[in-house]
Design a protein around this ligand. Structure first.
Ligand SMILES: Cc1cc2nc3c(=O)[nH]c(=O)nc-3n(C[C@H](O)[C@H](O)[C@H](O)COP(=O)(O)OP(=O)(O)OC[C@H]3O[C@@H](n4cnc5c(N)ncnc54)[C@H](O)[C@@H]3O)c2cc1C
Ligand code: SF4
Length: 538
């Protein structure tokens, strides 16, 4: 880092990273503590140009372009990373907004099944934060029929209507004996929820031109307009610095990318690392200093360990159904039938089960195979014939547990343009997961086969995920500092005023989309952070 005197900024709270967890924490702290000074630093840029979204969307459809221009930082990447997005809003600029909850079983693996660990949070409490997370983002959905999925509040919005295809596919899925419902999503099904439009079911959710899908850039724009936060984008934090002679963090030091010669330093009472599953551990490891030679919050060597996510298998199934793909193709069905496994079962296996209409994007054509010109009804008949039989895509995210050495390390052979080693992630399973892996996969394949048989359908292809989805971990929460980095609120065991929030704190990634859970635990952290702050004016 440059030897020049840094440019210094001071605030009560400094949040590092501007993804979805950060947005939720910033918003909640500003509500709980009006007048609190909050600076959010974000390595990437802000893309606050809502009116251009139609254009970006069109470029994506026409030329396959990234719909979020410049949402990444050249050279800032690493082995094992599945999304390079670094911008205000983070990966949730692109997200599909599927908001499934975990189930109590995820939090009680050791006590119910004798495997891996229990989370240090009670289900009842997490459930109340799920409700808050759903309200904050605006989730539409239909309650699950399973008693274990009981909700203490209704969904904030009614469910997305099922398209013709999904209605057919629901009937098909249920023939195998398992209930299916539309996936809950952070998409408006009513006009005006949180000031945003209603979903038009156009199906390009990686960039939503109407704003019906929640993404954190909306929250940051609003907090800025209300002068509740300062947002320093283009600002990559490279080190956290301890106060002399103390274990509290005194400053976060980094670089403004537009002015790389100048060092910037943020001094605050409380620091919140909200940098996602990769960069949170990375920053703590980079912040090694003589008293913490292995990195901050890493006295017992747990930072970067127990990196997790869920594995998955998907298949394309040929069906005797009349389906007409392309109506809202990103919306699908879920069955929570396999979220629970009897503790006495021979095989521990838990997974979600999803169905989408397969989206082959079969276009209308002007000539048939014999070269005859097609017009009007002939053209439509030709199209109908070519999309029959219908196909469906099915997928299961299944629960796997990390070994301690499922880890993120610093890779000295690859450095970014400021000379910092980049991260390297290698996922590894614990012995119990390895022992049951082939039986778990067989169970999932049997489920898919049973579904196909129920319609005399045929499995056309099967794909085994080569990475873990909704990655999390690296700063595991727990009560024992020898096996965890932070407590259940994300407060690091080693530094009283340093919190890590969201994905990195999760002990396991469950068996369904993780972001709702990242947000729920972040909101819970925000309550504790607010409790730990002196009241304004004191
Ligand atoms: C295409 C796609 C579809 C998805 N669909 C779904 C879905 O349907 N449902 C679901 O649950 N999840 C989905 N996800 C996953 C979801 O988007 C992520 O889990 C979630 O956005 C993670 O949020 P986060 O706050 O943990 O981290 P991030 O979004 O990664 O935010 C962290 C931010 O911190 C910044 N940062 C990092 N280090 C520093 C530093 N040192 N200094 C300053 N800033 C820093 C980064 O630039 C980044 O903007 C999807 C993801 C993708 C890519
Ligand atoms: S279907 Fe269209 S309007 Fe609805 S959330 Fe997706 S992109 Fe937005």
């Amino acid at each position: 880092m440059s030897d020049q005197k840094p440019r210094v900024y001071e605030s009560d709270v400094c949040i590092i990273g501007a993804g979805i967890s950060s947005a939720m924490v910033a918003q909640k702290l500003s509500e709980l503590h009006p007048g609190l000074s909050i600076i959010v630093t974000e390595a990437g840029r802000r893309i606050f140009d809502f009116p251009n979204r139609f254009t970006y969307r069109q470029h994506m459809l026409d030329y396959g372009e990234n719909p979020w221009p410049g949402d990444w930082i050249p050279g800032q990447t690493g082995e094992g990373i599945i999304s390079r997005t670094m911008a205000v809003g983070g990966q949730a600029l692109h997200w599909g907004a599927a908001c499934n909850r975990f189930s109590e079983e995820d939090l009680r693996l050791r006590s119910m099944y004798g495997t891996y660990v229990d989370w240090p949070i009670e289900w009842k409490e997490l459930e109340s934060y799920y409700c808050e997370a759903e309200r904050s983002m605006g989730v539409s959905g239909e309650p699950s029929p399973f008693p274990g999925d009981r909700r203490s509040e209704p969904y904030p919005m009614p469910p997305m209507p099922l398209s013709w295809d999904l209605a057919q596919l629901k009937t098909w899925g249920e023939k195998a004996g398992w209930p299916f419902q539309g996936i809950p999503q952070a998409k408006n099904t009513v006009t005006g929820y949180d000031g945003r439009s209603m979903c038009m079911r156009c199906g390009t959710c990686t960039i939503c031109p109407t704003g019906a899908k929640y993404s954190p850039d909306f929250t940051f724009e609003r907090l800025l307009a209300q002068k509740k936060i300062q947002l320093h984008d283009h600002t990559l934090i490279r080190r956290l610095l301890l106060a002399p002679g103390k274990t509290t963090v005194a400053a976060a030091r980094g670089v403004h990318r537009a002015n790389p010669e100048e060092t910037v330093e943020y001094r605050a009472k409380t620091f919140i690392v909200a940098s996602g599953y990769t960069w949170s551990s990375h920053l703590l490891l980079l912040s090694a200093e003589p008293r913490f030679p292995n990195g901050l919050a890493n006295r017992t060597g747990q930072v970067g360990k127990y990196m997790n996510g869920h594995a998955f298998i998907s298949s394309i199934v040929d069906l005797n159904l009349k389906v007409y793909p392309d109506m809202n193709p990103e919306f699908g069905l879920i069955s929570r039938q396999f979220f629970r496994c009897p503790p006495t079962a021979k095989l521990y296996v838990r997974h979600d089960l999803r169905i989408w209409s397969s989206n082959p994007r079969v276009p209308l054509r002007l000539k048939n195979d014999q070269g005859r010109a097609l017009f009007g009804d002939d053209m439509a008949d030709d199209w109908r014939q070519r999309i029959t039989p219908g196909t469906a895509r099915v997928r299961a995210y299944y629960d796997v547990h990390p070994a301690q050495n499922s880890e993120l390390t610093l890779d000295p052979s690859h450095k970014n343009e400021w000379g910092d080693p980049l991260p390297k992630i290698g996922h590894r399973f614990d012995a119990d997961t390895e022992a049951r892996l082939s039986a778990t996969k067989q169970h999932v394949l049997d489920v898919f086969a049973k579904m196909a048989r129920s319609d005399q359908g045929k499995i056309l292809s099967t794909f085994y995920g080569s990475y873990l989805d909704h990655p999390a971990g690296g700063c595991r929460m727990g009560t024992d500092p020898t096996t965890s980095v932070c407590d259940s609120y994300g407060r690091t065991h080693d530094h009283e005023n340093l919190f890590v929030v969201g994905a990195p704190t999760l002990p396991t990634a469950g068996c369904t989309n993780g972001t709702l859970t990242f947000v729920a635990v972040s909101l819970r952290s925000a309550d504790e952070i607010a409790r730990s702050l002196p009241r304004s004016g004191t």
